[in-house]
Design a protein around this ligand. Sequence first.
Ligand code: HEC
Ligand code: HEC
Ligand code: HEC
Ligand code: HEC
Length: 216
Amino acid sequence: MNAFMPSRSVAVLLTLAAAPVAPGQILGSAHDFTSAGWAQSQSCLPCHTSHNAAAIEINGYSAGRLWNHALPAQSQVYTTYEGDLTRDEALDSYSLLCMGCHDGTVALDAFGDGIGTQFISGSALVGTDLTAQHPVGASAVWPNPEPSYLNPRSTWENQSFGGDRMGRLRLMVVQGVEQSVVSCATCHEPHNRGGNDYLLRIDNTNSQMCLTCHSK
Ligand code: HEC
Ligand code: HEC
Ligand code: HEC
Ligand code: HEC
């Protein structure tokens, strides 16, 4: 055992601890996989690659820029508020990217050419029963015309952190009609740009994120 290494590690840790927490970065967030055993010490690679990315298209909608992670099988069934639906019936294209890790059917280390052996666990495991959480995809259609129990859609799209395209509602064909739907990435920003708890786009203290869409 090299006596130099431990003290150097401690010094590095102290430096990190003393540094002010920069809002909105992936390092140090729940999506910082650099110290996870399954991630090859990489922070972007489990989700993105710079080369040979698969083009992903779900029912005619492309998603997943330079995506590197395996997705749930097309035959995968999800229990939703609308009943049991297959993957492409249930999920918009962004929720699908999240479910490649969060539904627990695909290994975390199934990225690049790997098949993987490590699965998500604990509270981060969302599973395939989506009725225990806020609806997404086919269950979360933004009604048109807009109902009074929702604030105008522009309220969300103006306030959502950064106003980036990932935070906007997603398009998806639901029962033959193209609709705007809420996805996992509508509420969460996977790179932690907002710097909020749970990778949320908007701080949800006093339910203020919920109230950006719901008028109560
Ligand atoms: C947990 C998964 C995940 C990790 C880790 C991740 N990203 Fe992403 N990233 C996404 C998703 C999802 C999108 C949206 C893809 C799309 O728009 O089709 C995205 C989009 C992007 C985009 C496109 C522009 C944008 O923001 O919409 C860039 C650039 C990017 N990521 C860079 C990075 C870099 C650099 C890292 C590592 C430091 C990283 N990402 C780590 C999930 C991830
Ligand atoms: C490469 C696999 C992977 C992908 C893809 C992925 N996640 Fe995660 N995510 C994880 C893991 C692993 C954790 C748990 C980390 C830990 O052990 O705390 C996590 C944790 C989270 C958390 C909990 C944050 C907290 O502070 O407790 C949220 C929210 C989340 N992910 C949302 C998303 C969303 C939304 C997407 C899609 C845009 C996504 N994830 C895509 C692997 C992934
Ligand atoms: C309407 C907004 C919204 C949508 C849509 C949404 N979430 Fe969340 N999510 C939250 C909030 C708020 C929390 C904070 C904890 C709580 O309230 O349960 C959270 C918590 C989480 C956590 C952490 C759970 C824990 O207890 O540690 C994970 C993981 C997660 N979400 C993943 C997802 C995934 C994957 C999707 C898509 C299938 C999704 N979320 C869709 C708002 C949302
Ligand atoms: C981006 C906008 C948005 C945000 C943020 C949001 N919601 Fe929703 N929510 C919706 C939409 C759209 C629906 C589906 C409306 C419909 O079916 O008429 C919905 C549906 C619901 C429902 C009804 C579910 C059912 O059984 O059909 C509940 C309850 C709910 N949201 C609670 C919340 C809570 C709690 C939060 C904060 C964690 C939240 N929402 C954040 C847009 C949002």
